[in-house]
Design a protein. Sequence first.
Length: 669
Amino acid sequence: MADDLFDKLPTSAGETYDGSAIEVLEGLEPVRRRPGMYIGGTDERALHHLAAEVLDNAMDEAVAGHANRIEVTLDDEPGTAGRLTITDNGRGIPVDEHPKYPGKSALEVILSTLHSGGKFSGKAYATSGGLHGVGISVVNALSLKTRVEVARNKELFAQEFSRGVTLGPLQRVGAAPNRRGTAVIFTPDTEIFGDQKFRPSRLFKLVRSKAYLFAGVEIRWKCSASLVSDDVPAEAVFQFPGGLADHLSEQIGGRECVTSQMFAGRQDFPRGDDGSEQGRVEWAIAWPLWSDGAYSYYCNTIPTPDGGTHEQGLRAALTRGMRAFAELVGQGKKAKDLTPDDVVTGSEVMLSVFIRDPQFQSQTKDRLTSAEAARLVENAVRDHFDHFLTDNLDRGKALLGSILERMDERLRRKAEREVKRKTATNAKKVRLPGKLTDCSGEGSGETELFIVEGDSAGGSAKQARDRKTQAILPIRGKILNVASATADKIRANQEIADLGLALGCGTRKDCNPDALRYDRIVIMTDADVDGAHIATLLMTFFFQEMPEVVRRGHLYLAQPPLYRLTHGARSAYARDDAHRAELEETAFKGKKVDVSRFKGLGEMNPQQLRETTMAPASRSLIRVTLPQENEERFAVKELVDRLMGRDPAPRFQFIQNRAGEVDRDLIDA
């Protein structure tokens, strides 16, 4: 019966499934067929992963003590992502014949064979970042052009590749009496990455962060003149004797912290049973008075944005250290409920470990999974933290007091949630600001709060809204710039207080996005310079006071029109001058058009405001987001601090640098 059933299964015409259907990919072809398996995709992040792989190899030479200088040069090559050159003055990739591959140099084997390298046995490197044996060969496979130059024994050698294919044998270029080390020059393949380009600012920050991670290395940066910007110089030299402590000091800037001295240090791990080096750990931690927290974790100079076992070891050391100190000063009973989140939340942490044979969750190395890292880090950090707390009791008590306050707040919120769960109906009426015109609907991705400027615009918006799903909150003119205001001034500001009441989710360390009363927050300001200024101040407020609300995608910018174009019975709306010119050229080409300019939202009648800006079927919204990667989040924070912070000099410099652009815009208008 079963045999008859299988005999009746259909087979497509011409379909053959035998040994000939089994495909074997040779060399580096698997990388080109499935790049996502090796670098996580083909997007901008993956493109920059190529740069990180090559830079990590150079850093491994420095960490191993064989190099003290690295040079990174980005050249602008039209039609490509750019050409990147990374050079170190280390030992140089071996160029002698590989014993397993007669006729091939070790250099060619490393560049053209997956899972080849000098980092598996641990003989060439005690600790290293490129441990999977795929880094440089993957870069080679995904590059249009790759050239490797090696200076060893006062001679220079070179070999070239294209898309992973060797273009010729290793060449002896000539004598190099004053040079040593390896240079890798590569241009990513447009067949893989399309028209994406290396972002100079991203590479510049990567280079700088590597110099912080290993105090003994000097890294030199260069880039083409066409790539220079306010954030990226043509040349720079990085060397930071203080390592992570220098990095965190720059990040904290002039912000006030719970303790005037950060907790920073470095400790070598005990040697293994066989006498081998096990690596070391370096850390720097500060507790700013106002911070949403910033956490940077590294293993063998590789960023691990998702943390991992080294992070767990640090959190355990800090928590146990705080509990022990609380016992010492007579607060042990209260501190028994302390958790790692109480100690770490709101702090700014930098942790770097160097360990042998680290294990990561994936090839992109976002999370460290080596079990021994937790124990090594906890044991190394704990004694130092105990001394940090007890050497200055006032400092220790200040930190303990701050952490206990956070613990008390956490326990209070937990108790409130438990009460709400036990209560069938919440009889407590929510207190709302008087100017808020609330909506009647609830949840399911529908409710929206429109923040509008002034009572006039608020009046039009109230008439234009959908009463079930859209709430309106008018604010008075330009709100307080929270980036340059003191905490007391922020708390005393009525407009900010109204915003907080309307949203209902709290701010800063107390911000709970799950308690947000609306599914979308829409900033709706006039389509002019003043409106843009108000929108900028509001975005700064959300970035500083409610970053998780932004990160979860709740914040939007409305796109109201600046012009109304009319010809006969036909009308169209333009967002700005460029859109107006486009409509005149396309929708009204060759026709006489009446153009009226809206002075503000309050000048639009409710029907116009509904059709152009508020009705979901016809409006256009811009979602405001925050990057997920630590380095990019830090870049956003730097930009906000520079343009919105207390120091006016960076703003003045920004305006000066762009004064010519403003003049041109005014002339064009």
